[in-house]
Write a new protein. Structure first.
Length: 533
């Protein structure tokens, strides 16, 4: 008994520390999502949805693509484990030498890539928006100019990720988690205060991206100096530990690129469609990413270390229990969220975006894209839950292979769905891209699930299909109640902004209540589904 009490006293501070760190990261992630919505609102209110907003989004997607490859994805996953190993086993002097060598090696590679992108900016833009070269040469020329500004973001944000890895390894989570908010704030302020300084006001967005890169890096400096780990940039190509980081980066770099290539391919096709299609696609995706980012990534983040520990202990029973809990919770969140957002798509777009130059016809275009993307939401959430079952077992090859199949399938589905909608003379051809994402997403889900079943990782019955059917039934009841409630408020476009938000929150609250009561009436034990024991 005495030993158990001592153990509890030792473990409690660790658990509280983990909870506090997770809470801090979650809080700032949520704040980043909200500020991102405000950023998008400011953009469409002042500029509407035009070929020029398309031009900015294309110009920004390219450095974003590089950021997710070099910074958030492969580099962080390769750098942080090696950094933590050295921190735990070596002196601070050796840790500092390692940081200096990685910093010099990384920035030298990034600067070469960045300079090549700057030099060949017209050719890079042509690869992502080939139709503009002939159909809108002035827009193409302007987009090249904006791309050269936004590309400055790339080297800065890579170093931000580098600094964030160092701070996180020293349990300094708040600053790295809060840093993305600065991008949104920078873009908002640039639109509000710089737009009148340019002949084409949308250029202020590109300048805002450049400013954001500088600001995000500068705010990391005092924290690194305080730790005594501000890097001296040294070439470390021959350093064994640096080589280890680079070696670890290669498979993750390839894996990270699959999803990002899909995004770029969707953008390329959207540039061939009616002006504004890139912006419509972007805004629809943003409403998809909100529940995906908050719920799916949260579950995925929570279960990965648990699964890894259970796999290491060869505790298959507990491994399966964790996956059963996560999958059923995923369906509990994904199905009502998808159905609810599909029903409220138009009202959500009106409440969030229909102000200023964002007119009702734009609302119609975006809302139908949101409806299409909701077909993909459950698949994307379940994918985020299935992937940790592979990574926890150190199987990174299988998800990459499945991802490649899904990517090429998505390319084919894009052409098929856009072609069908074009043949039917449908007014929003970009919806075909959303439908293709949904179908390829579900295909990826099935392949990931079957792969785990075939490997004997997941047994039959790990998903409680009877409960999934009840969740779907409760979601349909919720949808019918929402449809009746929405019609009671008349035309939402005639309401004030606070009236729209008030009605939206009332609808969401009512929907959640109806959904919960329906589950209880069907004798679904919601509390047990929420809590993993």
């Amino acid at each position: 008994m005495f030993i158990n009490k001592i153990t509890l006293l030792l473990i409690c501070p660790i658990l509280m520390s983990l909870f506090k760190s997770t809470a801090v990261v979650s809080l700032f992630t949520f704040a980043s999502r909200i500020s991102g919505f405000v950023r998008d609102q400011v953009m469409v209110i002042f500029f509407g949805v035009t070929v020029l907003t398309d031009a900015f989004l294309v110009a920004f997607k390219i450095p974003n693509f590089m950021r997710r490859l070099f910074a958030e994805g492969s580099f962080s996953m390769a750098f942080v484990p090696v950094l933590n190993d050295i921190k735990a086993t070596e002196s601070k002097e050796l840790l500092k030498e390692f940081i200096d060598s990685v910093a010099g090696t990384l920035i030298s590679i990034v600067l070469v890539v960045w300079m090549l992108l700057e030099i060949f900016a017209p050719q890079v833009l042509w690869l992502t928006a080939p139709s503009w070269k002939t159909s809108d040469p002035e827009v193409f020329k302007e987009a090249v100019s904006w791309l050269r500004y936004t590309l400055f973001y790339f080297p800065f944000i890579v170093m931000v990720a580098f600094a964030g890895g160092i701070l996180n390894s020293h349990k300094k989570f708040a600053l790295p988690a809060a840093t993305p908010i600065l991008l949104n704030v920078s873009l908002i302020l640039s639109v509000l205060f710089l737009r009148d300084n340019f002949e084409i006001p949308e250029k202020s967005l590109a300048i805002g991206v450049l400013i954001a890169g500088i600001v995000q890096l500068v705010v990391q400096v005092p924290a690194l100096l305080k730790l005594g780990l501000f890097p001296k940039f040294k070439f470390g190509f021959r350093d064994e530990k640096v080589k280890k980081v680079m070696k670890l980066m290669i498979p993750t770099l390839f894996g990270s690129s699959v999803a990002q290539i899909n995004v770029l391919l969707d953008t390329i096709i959207a540039t061939w469609l009616v002006a504004g299609s890139v912006s419509y696609l972007y805004l629809s995706e943003r409403l998809l990413e909100f529940p995906l980012g908050i719920f799916a990534i949260a579950i995925s983040t929570v279960i990965l270390p648990t699964l890894s520990r259970q796999f290491a202990k060869e505790d298959k029973e507990e491994f399966v229990k964790t996956m059963r809990w996560a999958l059923n919770l995923g369906f509990l969140i994904a199905i009502p969220a998808a159905i609810g957002l599909a029903v409220l798509a138009e009202q959500v777009v009106v409440a969030l975006f229909e102000y200023g130059k964002f007119t009702p016809d734009k609302t119609q275009m975006v809302s139908i894209g949101v409806m299409a993307y909701m077909l993909a939401l459950p698949a994307f959430i379940i994918n985020k839950i299935l992937l940790p079952a592979y990574y926890s077992r150190k199987d990174t090859k299988t998800p990459v292979k499945i991802g490649i199949i899904a990517m090429f399938s998505n390319m084919g589905f894009n052409l098929i769905f856009v072609g069908i909608l074009w043949y039917l003379d449908f007014y929003a051809l970009y919806v075909g891209l959303a439908l293709a994402s949904a179908l390829s997403g579900w295909m990826q889900t099935v392949m990931l699930y079957r792969g785990l079943r075939k490997a004997g990782v997941l047994p039959k019955g790990v998903i409680a299909w009877k409960i999934v059917i009840k969740i779907t039934s409760a979601s349909i009841i919720m949808a019918m109640s929402l449809y009746l409630l929405v019609n009671q408020f008349g035309n939402w476009s005639d309401l004030t902004w606070h009236g729209r938000l008030g009605c939206l929150f009332l609808c969401i609250g009512s929907g959640v209540l109806v959904f919960y009561c329906s589950l209880v009436a069907m004798k679904v034990k919601v509390k047990q589904m929420l809590v993993h024991r």
